[in-house]
Design a protein around this ligand. Structure first.
Ligand SMILES: N[C@@H](CCC(=O)N[C@@H](CS)C(=O)NCC(=O)O)C(=O)O
Length: 227
């Protein structure tokens, strides 16, 4: 297989690319690399040791946004996910960055990390950190997105883009941490979330993640795993 995506399926950044590769109909293999303790060879692909990384023949790349943009540039005949015009491209990149660097630290690294990842490894969830994320840090970030989306179907130019994927992938990790998006408070985002999750590519990927989530939940619930 000439295209290889390295990472673990529950990473929102890996999920972004799995959805993108499916939307673009680009064959690839997923090679499992666990975050935080990657094997030594992985640092040749990403010196920071973070997932995902990507190999396309002789080309190796790191960072989900860099890889996503590369896929649009390298395969122009496939579904475009970064916008057609300069303005749209800038807006997609802005919203992707907003999801990856503003929402992710709270939605994924705090809510998902504390509620599922740490307990599955026998560590205790820090409820104060989760409450701070949910009550203080995330609401203003969600308010902005709610207003940016309005009653439109997609964030940019009425077509699916990496902005939609990057944002929804964060809600998915929050869900895995037992904190679904509050549909009464952010109805536009909740409607958009359901629509994106209903796409066949996204549905299939979520289906393939279920057993891993269940395995982590079982580990977290095991007596002595975490109190
Ligand atoms: N901006 C990066 C973020 C990647 C990232 O933080 N991945 C996490 C897993 S979800 C990771 O590998 N963390 C391990 C670490 O920071 O050492 C991207 O979009 O690829």
């Amino acid at each position: 297989m000439s295209r290889i995506l390295y990472g673990a399926p529950l990473s929102p950044f890996v999920r972004k690319l799995r959805i993108s590769l499916q939307e673009k109909d680009l064959d690839h293999a997923l090679e499992m690399v666990m975050p935080y303790s990657p094997p030594d060879w992985y640092f040749d692909l990403n010196p920071l040791g973070r997932i995902p990384a990507f190999k396309d023949g002789d080309i190796t790349l790191a960072d989900s946004s860099v890889i996503g943009q590369y896929l649009d540039d390298a395969y122009p005949a496939t579904t475009c996910l970064y916008g057609e015009s300069a303005a749209d491209r800038a807006r997609v990149r802005w919203l992707e960055k907003y999801a990856d660097y503003e929402v992710a630290p709270h939605a994924t690294f705090t809510v998902f990390g504390q509620r599922l990842l740490l307990p599955s490894g026998g560590q205790q969830c820090d409820d104060a950190k989760v409450r701070h994320a949910l009550d203080i840090a995330l609401p203003p970030l969600f308010d902005y997105l709610e207003q940016e989306l309005g009653n439109r179907r997609f964030f940019v130019s009425e077509r699916l883009s990496m902005a939609d994927i990057a944002i929804v992938t964060q809600w998915i990790n929050m869900d895995y941490g037992d904190e679904p998006l509050d549909a009464r408070r952010w109805p536009n985002l909740a409607r958009h979330d359901q629509a994106i999750r209903g796409l066949p590519t996204v549905r299939a990927i979520l289906q393939s993640e279920l057993w891993i989530v269940q395995k982590l939940r079982d580990k977290a619930a095991r007596p002595g795993a975490a109190s």
